[in-house]
Design a protein around this ligand. Structure first.
Ligand SMILES: [Zn+2]
Ligand SMILES: [Zn+2]
Length: 133
């Protein structure tokens, strides 16, 4: 797919040129902090298929965890652009809400239902996992 996106204030901009390796919603407790409470909706791309064309990302990773997830933010407006997965460092995982057109998102699976809240929604027929598949 070809798509573009960025943060709320516009300081960070990126372009995608390549297929989504995965499209998912993650219900884990960590994601609830960054989504505002709902599952995080995200798409994973080969790292080389995502080009940042504007701005400098701020990074945060917890120092008290063994395999912390490095998360990327706009340092000015705080938008959570995405993260790397320590298990798949070749992928850039982008938050769907930062796409210029988030409507292209179609979840393929739901993960970490073990942490789901009663108000979370999982589409009928969507493969869902307590942790990962
Ligand atoms: Zn911003
Ligand atoms: Zn998560």
């Amino acid at each position: 797919m070809k798509a573009s996106g960025g943060c709320y204030c516009g300081d960070i901009r990126y372009q995608i040129d390549g297929p989504a390796e995965a499209a998912f919603q993650c219900h884990c407790r960590e994601c609830q902090y960054f989504s505002g409470g709902e599952p995080a909706t995200a798409m994973a791309f080969d790292e080389g298929d995502v080009i940042f064309t504007r701005g400098n990302l701020a990074t945060f990773a917890r120092s008290d965890l063994e395999n912390p997830v490095p998360r990327y933010f706009c340092p000015r407006c705080g938008t959570h652009i995405g993260n790397y997965s320590p298990r798949r460092p070749d992928l850039m995982i982008l938050k769907v809400g930062t796409l210029d057109d988030p409507s292209v998102f179609r979840p393929q699976l739901a993960i970490f239902l073990c942490d789901a809240q009663p108000f979370h929604h999982v589409e009928d027929g969507l493969p869902a996992f307590q942790k990962r598949p």
